[in-house]
Each structure stands twice: as C-alpha cells, then as structure tokens.
Design a protein around this ligand. Sequence first.
Ligand SMILES: [Zn+2]
Length: 263
Amino acid sequence: MGRFTFYGSPSVFQIWKGECGYIFPIFMFVKISPFKQIGLGLMHLFYPRLCEGCNKPLVAGEELLCVGCAVELPETNYHNISDNESALRFAGRIPFQYATTLAYFTNDGLLQHLLHGLKYKGKQEIGYYLGRRLGLGLRETDWIASVDLIIPVPLHITKQNSRGFNQSKLIADGIASVTNQPVSEGMLTRVRNTETQTHKTRTERVNNMQDAFTITAPGTLTNKHILLCDDVLTTGATLEACALALLAAEGVKISIATIGIAV
Ligand SMILES: [Zn+2]
C-alpha cells in the first residue's frame, strides 16, 4: 500500500502542539498546487470527509480527526518518562532500551474505536495517522536517532492474507514518515498462527507465543538498534516473543513503541 498523503500541514496535531503556529493555512496553499486544491475542494464538496471520531465533516487542515477529537485522544506522554507504565510491563522480562506508548486504550474509548476501524473495517489510513502521531512524540526523544530500523509485529501469512494488510506495518510507516528510519517487514516473521490470546492469563499468553516468531537473516541485524512497534500493549506477550526472536541476532538492542496501552 502506498503512503497516504497528508494534504497541507503535517498534521492537525502539530498545529495544536504549536509547531506550526498560525502559518498552516499558508503552508497548505504552498504545498498543494492550485489545480489540485480546486479538485480536492470539489471532491470534498460532494464527498465530504468525515471525522473518524465523531463523524462530523472535516474542514480544511483537518486530517482523519476533527480538531476536537484530535485533542481528545488520551495521550500518555510516555516518551518523556523513562520509567513509564509501558517500560514497567517489560522490566525484568526482556532486555530493552526504551518503551513508549501514544495513548491510553480503554473500552469504548476513542482509541478503541479508531483501532476497530483500522483492523476490522479496513480503514488503513487510521494506522498511518496514529503511527505519525506516535512518531511526533518519538521525535522529541534524545534516543530515537540511535534507532537503525523499525520492525512491525508481523501477522501470520494466513491472517495477513485474510485481512489484506498488517496494521502494525501501517503504524511503522506512519512513525517512519516522521523519524525517517527504514521499515523492515521481512526480517521478523510469524511462523506459528497462535490461537486467540483474549481469554488467556499472562503466563498462558507467554507460553502460547513461544517460538511463534523467527528472524530470517540474523547477520543483517548484528549490532542494530531496532524499534519494535505494535497496535496495543496488553500483557506484552507478543512483543516479548518478538523481542526474544530478534535478540538471537548478535548485539541487537530493542526498543518498543505501541499506539495504545490497555489500562
Ligand atoms: Zn471529531
């Protein structure tokens, strides 16, 4: 899938973060040719883009979420906190450098709604948008520059074929669009189609995930700092299994970034 074009400003989020101040309307017109601008305007007149949060029509400069919903996403700001809850979930289980999460995932919350649209309604642009927002936080850290490549948690080929895409790959692409590291899809593969994890305890999940992943070319990962990314962190069993597979390569360092953390 090609990357989605974010017309105009880098994101509404950045505007609210004060990075663009009030110049974004000018930026929009500079970045998009007049003909494209007119074409988009006409298209949106007949087919208005709707906010994925509240279903209201989006206005110029808004992407995917209206400004109200964009600021409503319950961000964790974990990228500014080294001993955050995401890091604590992996502490003592695997050697890792950093762990962070974009937002809190709660039942019936905005993030659950968005991720449901991504995974079960095929709204792939949501994955890219959320990855981009995660990337904007990562870009503020002093460690992201040391990351060599971003690896999304892979789906088993059977599941990927039935869904048509891997949501974690879209998230990785969104992160990479901000942080500029390469995304690698083929180096970590899922060799076992594990049963559903939903009703398992943490121990059962870890046992269920053992040996579910493998690396294809260990030599190419030697001494690399890898950013593993996924949609939601619950017990961390899946990410732990991925990290253990990657750590089989010599000198590998792992950091972890997820869109949501179940609380
Ligand atoms: Zn909205």
